[in-house]
Design a binder for this molecule. Structure first.
Ligand SMILES: [Ca+2]
Ligand SMILES: [Ca+2]
Length: 196
């Protein structure tokens, strides 16, 4: 780049040299997508077909299921979990997204933990938004979560029935970009990882 400085005025340097720097020093953030139906699924969750879903399938918990099964005595949760063990090549801070279709306001959330056992103390609520009856992406909370290099475990747990879970996205957080201007997944993104 010293050659540029010698031969060109500074306005020319900014036009010619900076894009070249940018091209070589900037790496794209990681964007990982997986199908929920590829997780380790425990009843009463089950895989069902849904047009427009990623892989044309979702994991469904039928409405009114929890009324029938109730909570196991001594258990904090309704029965039914989905576990994903995923291999992350680049450790860092990630925003976690779920593509889902809620049936109504009494079926619009699921518990989630990242690299933690499912306990009431550590369970995060994913959902509780007002978009029902269509496939839609929702972010887990208002902050990124740490995913380490290597195997990470994401768990979902039955909180309410009447839900359809389609895809998960793990989007590497960009420190220089405001939270609400970060990359938002749209539509059925193409799955690019499979749980182990
Ligand atoms: Ca319900
Ligand atoms: Ca799917």
């Amino acid at each position: 780049m010293n050659t540029c400085k010698l031969l060109l005025p500074s306005c020319m340097i900014s036009l010619l040299c900076v894009p070249a720097f940018g091209q070589f020093s900037f790496t794209q953030p990681e964007r990982l997508f997986l199908e929920v139906e590829d997780g380790k699924i425990e009843k009463p969750f089950k895989v069902t077909a849904l047009a427009d879903a990623g892989g044309n399938q979702v994991v469904t918990l039928k409405d009114k299921t929890n009324k029938k099964i109730g909570k196991v005595p001594g258990s904090e949760f309704y029965e039914g979990s989905i576990e994903f063990k995923i291999n992350v090549k680049k450790g860092g801070e990630y925003l976690i997204w779920l593509r889902k279709r809620w049936e109504d306001g009494c079926g619009n959330s699921v518990f989630c933990t990242i690299n933690k056992a499912m306990t009431l103390k550590d369970a995060l609520v994913l959902g509780e938004d007002g978009t029902h009856s269509k496939l839609h992406w929702i972010r887990l909370g208002n902050k990124p979560f740490h995913l380490k290099e290597g195997v990470n475990t994401i768990r979902l747990q039955n909180r309410e029935d009447g839900i359809n879970l389609d895809m998960l996205a793990m989007i590497e957080f960009e420190e220089d970009v405001p939270l609400d201007e970060q990359y938002v997944p749209t539509g059925a993104e193409k799955a690019n990882i499979k749980p182990l």
